[in-house]
Design a protein around this ligand. Structure first.
Ligand code: CBY
Length: 434
């Protein structure tokens, strides 16, 4: 008798638990916001403004998670406006897409800048130029598929014109542009899933008309890309590497129809990312900006949702002015590394640098020692300096060539400006194809 009384109660309890568990959004809880502080501190270091895609990345991230740091936002917008006035023609398609996403996020007053500067038309042209380059150069875009995905995403979210058929033609999961060598690029795949999901939604809502087969193909592509992303999941929950995980999470948030609940333990991924934050892994503003939205349950598809910009996070951002704890290298001790440039032959030198130096310091020192062999050029990208040439040999997107960074023969997952070198290490820049 007692049991039969309890049964409905237990049933009710279960009923109320199950749905909430199914809908559980994997995001950092409010009491854990403090663990995100290092990211905000890093993003706050905008005194050294690093060009537009850096500003757009940070602004987009702040807008999406609803952080009310007007001072920083104003600085970033100024930087973006400066670029729009002076050098919009030199901005790459993906950078422009990021600018549009950042300015348009949350329907704030800056959204007008998109229309004042005709940014959507300009993006349509830059996207067209990417496609023309692919047609002329063996399927290689001017930039890369990460940027093409950003283009489609921005055009889709802000009612630009694009051809769904072209998207279907170019975004097949077998396309070589999703790969660097034989390695699937999780960052690229994730951005493509976000773009394709946006396109799929506007087809379903009837905002864009197309034939059934395009819609069907887009769904097939999303499914296949999601499988590839999930197959890059590591034992500790990271997807690809530390720096691609945030974007992979965004892609998996919007595509939950395409994988099984058991295929991904979101909480494990989240916890590992939080641990990485505490170890200082996201020490560049772009790294911090790219991971933050996912940690707060946001995706780039929330950009034009009205409700996306208000959040409890606004409150914890005001007190972020403490200096960042940087691990100061012990006294003035020196370390020495072996540095090589490999084209067909290998040119090596022993280089001594202060303890705590980064890869770039080694390259500069070697250049001073022998400019003919170790001379190089670089340009500032959103993630920091990117090596464009060594010994006068230039990387080329049309040929898919680049200068690869390695340590002990293993490719690095950080650029020359952030990778801290160790005593006795074998560093190499290698002329490679991707
Ligand atoms: N952003 C872009 O256009 C870049 C897209 C991206 C997929 C990007 C990673 C991902 C991201 N979230 O931004 C990307 N890298 C690309 C496309 C490329 C290629 C650039 C040329 C092209 N076609 O556009 C290329 C040549 C394959 C490449 N990345 C090279 C490198 C190496 C750079 C070496 C150099 N010459 O300076 C390097 C260091 C790998 C190596 N071992 O040589 C590299 N990339 C790394 C490590 C990274 C990660 C940076 C992580 C960090 N903490 O610094 C990266 C996030 C990123 C930037 N590359 Co690429 C990938 C990762 O590890 N998850 C859009 C624009 C608007 O900003």
């Amino acid at each position: 008798m007692r049991q039969s009384h309890q049964l409905p109660l237990v049933g009710l309890l279960l009923f109320s638990l199950i749905p909430s568990q199914l809908c559980e959004i994997c995001e950092v809880s409010e009491e854990n916001y403090i663990r995100l502080k290092p990211l905000l501190n890093t993003m706050n270091q905008s005194e050294y403004t690093r060009g537009t895609s850096f500003s757009a990345n940070v602004l987009l991230s702040l807008q999406l998670v609803g952080i009310q740091n007007q001072n920083l936002k104003q600085k970033l917008i100024q930087q973006i406006e400066y670029t729009m006035k002076r050098r919009l023609s030199q901005v790459s398609s993906g950078e422009l897409a990021l600018i549009i996403l950042a300015l348009g996020a949350c329907h704030n007053p800056d959204e007008n800048l998109i229309y004042d500067y005709h940014l959507i038309d300009k993006l349509e042209n830059k996207f067209q130029a990417e496609i023309e380059n692919m047609e002329a150069h063996n399927g290689n875009p001017l930039t890369n598929y990460y940027q093409l995905s950003l283009d489609v995403l921005a055009l889709c979210l802000f009612n630009g014109t694009y051809s769904t058929t072209k998207v279907v033609n170019y975004f097949t999961p077998e396309n070589k542009n999703y790969y660097f060598g034989s390695q699937f690029s999780v960052d690229t795949g994730a951005m493509a899933v976000l773009a394709l999901t946006c396109v799929k939604r506007s087809l379903i809502n009837g905002q864009v008309k197309t034939d059934e087969s395009n819609l069907k193909n887009i769904s097939i592509y999303i499914k296949s890309l999601v499988e590839k992303i999930l197959s890059e999941k590591k034992e500790n929950g990271l997807i690809g590497n530390t720096f691609s995980t945030g974007e992979a999470m965004q892609a998996l948030f919007v595509s939950s129809d395409y994988y099984h609940e058991n295929d991904w333990n979101c909480q494990q991924t989240l916890n590992t990312v939080l641990t990485e934050i505490s170890q200082g892994a996201f020490s560049t503003p772009t790294a911090a900006a790219q991971v933050l939205p996912a940690l707060m349950g946001k995706t780039f598809l929330d950009v034009n949702k009205d409700s996306s910009c208000v959040s409890a996070a606004g409150n914890f951002s005001n007190s972020t002015h403490e200096p960042v704890t940087v691990t100061t290298p012990g006294s003035q001790s020196s370390i020495s590394v072996n540095y090589s440039v490999r084209i067909n032959e290998t040119y090596s030198a022993n280089v001594t640098v202060p303890n705590g130096s980064v890869f770039l310091d080694v390259m500069e020192k070697a250049q001073k020692m022998n400019d003919t062999i170790f001379g190089f050029t670089m340009e500032e990208r959103s993630w920091g300096p990117y090596i464009t040439s060594v010994q006068g040999l230039w990387a080329s997107n049309n040929d898919r060539t680049y200068w690869e960074l390695l340590s002990g023969g293993i490719p690095l997952s950080q650029g020359v400006g952030s990778y801290v070198v160790h005593d006795g290490e074998n560093l190499e820049v290698r002329w490679s194809k991707y």
